[in-house]
Design a protein around this ligand. Structure first.
Ligand code: OOG
Ligand code: NI
Length: 461
């Protein structure tokens, strides 16, 4: 029998093989990431593994997919549910950047500590918003919804196997094999000819709308390896002649601990796609919709920590706007150094980041009794704190990644009023609760504190 986490690990590995065949630049990225990780491990030793073992980091990937309707997203939730992955977080990419993309997103990922350790595969999943009048007028909306209603992304056999895996928490070897084949196939780039006129109609609104609603299937958009030093990776990819986007998204490089998430990407090559013209003939065209992305993960911040991050980003925006050519990177670095505590200990003390607390098992006995406050326990070596890794995404970075890989801003009618979507709406639309990432980290931190309190007398901060 194959358990859910084994299914998840196998799916991630097969998807990676498939994507490497489809987009060779991805294989280069994976190779360079591995080299960087090995070098960092050699240079920094055990410290390099503070935010995850080298085994986990090297195997770690996130994927990105895009679908068109709540019904399709519900099916995606069933497929990832089979792999022990749950919807976490709500990201509104319609709002997140100057010229926004017409999607709202969530991420499917494991949530339990043990499950994350076994395989942390996650998929950033976006859903088109045809009902948002800023992007689609009434006529285009109705044509788009009709088009989407008439397609089938996932075969019924795949969904039935997914439900069985979720219900029984495992599949027989034969069923697992079939599930994996069908699931990987569902995310391959389809060879079916694309209706050229329809695709271009949507492209005028947004290249992302065309990629989602202009074709009769879905595909993996990118698979992202994790690196321990993203600045070094950026340099090495550039040296190899791969043109990266201008910036690394997220917090700046600085001397303090790695925080949240830093990401960067490059546009992959155009891929041959068959296009059907109005007279029925099929042309061999090319579309450039997929890209390569890489990321470095840091410590998960609390709501307060995240507010600080968002405020600092806004400050960098303000300062970078005047003079208009100000060096964002230098500004951000200076601001971080001034305003963000530069050590894990201080981040924890100020309630800005999440940790797993543990009683030190081998503290030398010196006759002293354990103090009762957490800060004293930490100071005196009774308890140690390990950072919780940020397992989620950042809306602003995601918008930057989407945007920087588009050549065209598309069009948006800013006079129209958008529809408000939020996490509750999405939960209702897909019939399962979209979890709050902050709650998950907080519960994990609290569980560790309860365990410490069980082992030592503990009260007060
Ligand atoms: C998703 C873009 C966002 C990330 O890692 O933040 C993203 C997409 O292009 O579908 O991948
Ligand atoms: Ni991504």
């Amino acid at each position: 029998m194959i358990s859910q986490w084994q299914l998840r690990a196998a799916f991630a590995a097969r998807l990676s093989d498939m994507y490497g065949r489809e987009v060779p630049a991805y294989t280069t990225l994976v190779d360079v990431s591995r080299e960087v990780n090995e070098d960092v491990l050699r240079a920094r030793g055990a410290d390099a593994e503070r935010l995850g073992s080298i085994g986990r980091v090297t195997a770690e990937r996130h994927g990105a997919i895009r679908v068109g309707t709540p019904g399709e997203l519900r099916q995606v939730a069933r497929i990832f549910g089979a792999l022990g992955m749950h919807p976490v977080g709500f990201y509104d990419l319609r709002e997140a950047a100057a010229s926004a993309v017409p999607v709202v997103s969530t991420a499917f990922r494991p949530v339990e500590e043990e499950e994350l350790a076994r395989n942390p595969f996650r998929v950033f999943t976006s859903m088109l918003t045809p009902a948002d009048p800023r992007f689609f007028d009434a006529d285009l909306r109705s044509r788009l919804e009709t088009f989407l209603a008439g397609r089938e992304l996932f075969p019924p056999e795949l969904l039935a196997l997914a439900d069985r895996a979720a219900g029984d928490a495992e599949l027989t070897d034969a069923d697992a094999e079939r599930f994996l084949q069908l699931a990987v196939r569902a995310f391959e780039l389809s060879a079916e000819p694309i209706d050229k006129v329809w695709y271009e109609t949507l492209e005028k609104v947004s290249a992302v709308a065309a990629d989602i609603g202009g074709v009769r299937s879905t595909h993996i958009n990118h698979l992202t390896p994790r690196v321990l030093d993203i600045d070094e990776l950026y340099r090495r990819m550039t040296e190899r002649g791969i043109e990266m986007i201008d910036a690394i998204q997220g917090p700046p490089a600085w001397d303090g601990p790695d925080l949240l998430l830093r990401q960067t990407s490059f546009r992959a090559l155009a891929e041959p796609r068959a296009l059907r013209t109005p007279d029925g003939s099929v042309l061999s065209g090319a579309l450039r919709v997929r890209f390569g992305e890489v990321e470095a993960r840091g410590i998960a911040l609390t709501r307060d920590g995240r507010n600080l991050y968002d405020r600092l980003l806004a400050r960098v925006d303000e300062q970078a706007a005047c003079p208009p050519d100000a060096d964002r990177t230098a500004l951000a670095r200076a601001l971080w150094t001034e305003r963000v505590p530069g050590s894990e200990r201080e981040l924890g003390a100020q309630g800005l980041a999440y940790f797993r607390y543990q009683v030190v098992p081998d503290r030398p006995a010196d006759g002293s009794r354990p103090p009762t406050r957490l800060d004293e326990l930490l100071d005196q070596g009774w308890v140690r704190a390990e950072p919780l890794v940020y397992e989620d995404f950042l809306p602003r970075s995601a918008a930057g990644i989407f945007q920087s890989n588009l050549t065209d801003d598309g069009s948006r009618n800013n006079d129209a009023t958008g529809i408000a979507y939020d996490s509750e709406w999405l939960s209702g639309a897909i019939d399962r609760e979209v979890l709050d990432p902050f709650d998950l980290y907080e519960e994990q931190q609290n569980r560790s504190l309860v365990q410490v309190a069980r082992e030592l007398p503990l009260n007060g901060p």
